[in-house]
Design a protein around this ligand. Structure first.
Ligand code: NAD
Length: 433
């Protein structure tokens, strides 16, 4: 019998079902991980032994979809600042170990991202293992899948709040919203906040201003910006940068239709959009003041970093460093100021995280992130993280993590660490039985 964590998610789901079970939970308890079922203790030990991604996560919950047979996961990292919130990723995984480490890593990241943004939310993440046989373009299948996932989230009583992420979109969240109240980042048709991309773009631009100020380089006026990807965020960023009087923008983009649209929209602006091929990173080597990776993650690596000719790297793409430590150090060694993505692209989550509190025009709870007075504003935190990195001779990501980890210990002013009690209640009531 292979180790359970070496099974594919589908084989593990079948194994769980063969044991007469559909659910499993792994809950942190005084330095150990308690498994809901003794026959799954191996997984509890695996989690505890994962020194890279397991950070005393408060709970990991698994369920097999009743009719789809898909493996669902909800990962609750730290709920001191509020319920564990984070998007639902629908993604293929080779084995259960990969599924678990992705959920652990991403939920830990959400604790930090929300805390650093001053949000009263803890860290969580949802996963659905996508199988090659899933007809995931089929609307009927997706309805069934997200209805089942919604039931799973509802059963967790609010220790995890889901949202969209890679592989899921607003329409999927509208389906989830029919089955649970514990969902955010829903479409406007069901009362949600709508497209966060303009807010994300504006937040990244505030971080650029913070980085320029840190280096004593003034403001954005006259600066040369190089950008990879002009999608939802990139296009909005061009608008923000043009408004601030940048000297020039050189952008690369895969889509000919997008390039054409931008040329029309920004006719007369100092913008050049050049074509690119998938995986094409040549744009990163262009000389500029600020390089903004706005396409895919993992592009800052030992091949690209030596070619960079920018003073600052600050863009929206998630997980830009292929290896957080190695590549963060390499940028630092080259004297390039890197604004960690989870700091500068926070507005994606900020924009929708609190949508259940209702909508107001020019929402002050959003606007303060773009200002310079609020202690948690993007500009202020960018400067604080870069100053800490310089003072302590550490990478900017390590500095931002340090600030985030300190904030993550502050309990929600009203509901501090309530989700821990929710998890305890689930265990006491035999959620997994
Ligand atoms: P998007 O898909 O709308 O845009 C990405 C663009 O990059 C596309 O137009 C694509 O054609 C282009 N692209 C891909 N590979 C390229 C390459 N090698 N060279 C040049 N262009 C390339 O996505 P988006 O919503 O604009 O998000 C961009 C990034 O920011 C993603 O990594 C996303 O995860 C992250 N992010 C987005 C938000 C948000 O609010 N949308 C929030 C936080 C983080």
């Amino acid at each position: 019998m292979p180790r359970l964590v070496d099974l594919s998610p589908e084989a593990f789901a079948a194994h769980l079902t063969s044991l007469g079970r559909r659910r499993a939970s792994f809950v942190h308890d005084n330095g150990v991980v308690r498994s809901s079922h003794p026959e799954l203790a191996e997984i509890a030990n695996h989690l505890l032994g994962d020194t890279r991604d397991y950070h005393r996560h408060e709970g990991v919950f698994l369920e097999v979809g009743a009719t789809t047979g898909a493996l669902f996961g909800a990962f609750v990292h730290n709920t001191t600042r509020g319920q564990g919130q984070g998007g639902l990723r629908y993604w293929p995984y080779g084995d259960l170990a990969g599924f678990l480490s992705d959920g652990l890593r991403l939920s830990h990241g959400m604790t930090r991202k929300s805390a650093l943004a001053g949000l009263w939310w803890g860290g969580g993440k949802g996963l659905i293992a996508r199988h090659i046989d899933h007809p995931y373009h089929d609307i009927g299948f997706r309805e069934r899948l997200y209805t089942e996932y919604a039931g799973f989230v509802a059963s967790l009583r609010g220790c995890y709040i889901t949202a969209e992420d890679a592989g899921t979109g607003p329409a999927d969240m509208a389906v989830v919203a029919r089955g649970t109240r514990f969902v955010t980042c829903t479409p406007p048709a069901v009362g949600g906040a709508g497209n966060p991309s303009p807010a994300t773009a504006k937040g990244v631009v505030c971080a650029m201003e913070g980085a320029l100020a840190h280096l004593g380089l003034g403001d954005l006026a006259g600066k040369k910006i190089v950008m990879q990807g002009t999608g939802n965020v990139g296009a909005a960023m061009i608008g923000e940068l043009v408004q601030r009087g940048v000297g020039s923008i050189l952008a690369s983009e895969l889509s000919p239709a997008r390039r054409e649209q931008l040329e029309k929209e920004f006719a007369g602006a100092p913008l050049t959009v050049v074509p690119a091929e998938p995986g094409d990173n040549r744009i990163l080597a262009e000389p500029c003041d600020i390089l903004a990776p706005n396409a895919l993650g993992g592009i800052l690596d030992p091949d690209t970093i030596p070619t960079i000719q920018a003073r600052i790297v600050c863009g929206a793409a998630n997980n830009q460093l292929l290896d957080d430590v190695r590549d963060g150090e390499a940028l630092r060694a080259r004297g390039i100021v890197y604004v960690p993505d989870f700091l500068c692209n926070r507005m994606g989550i900020v924009y929708c995280a609190n949508e259940q509190y209702g909508k107001v025009p020019h929402d002050a709870a959003i606007e303060r992130h773009y200002g310079r007075d609020w202690d948690n504003a993007v500009y202020v935190v960018t400067r604080r993280a870069l100053e800490l990195a310089e003072r302590e001779n550490i990478t900017s990501a390590a500095a931002a993590n340090r600030l985030a980890d300190a904030l993550a210990t502050e309990p929600h002013p009203i509901w501090g660490h309530r989700a821990r009690a929710i998890v305890a209640g689930l265990v006491a009531d035999g959620w997994a039985d």
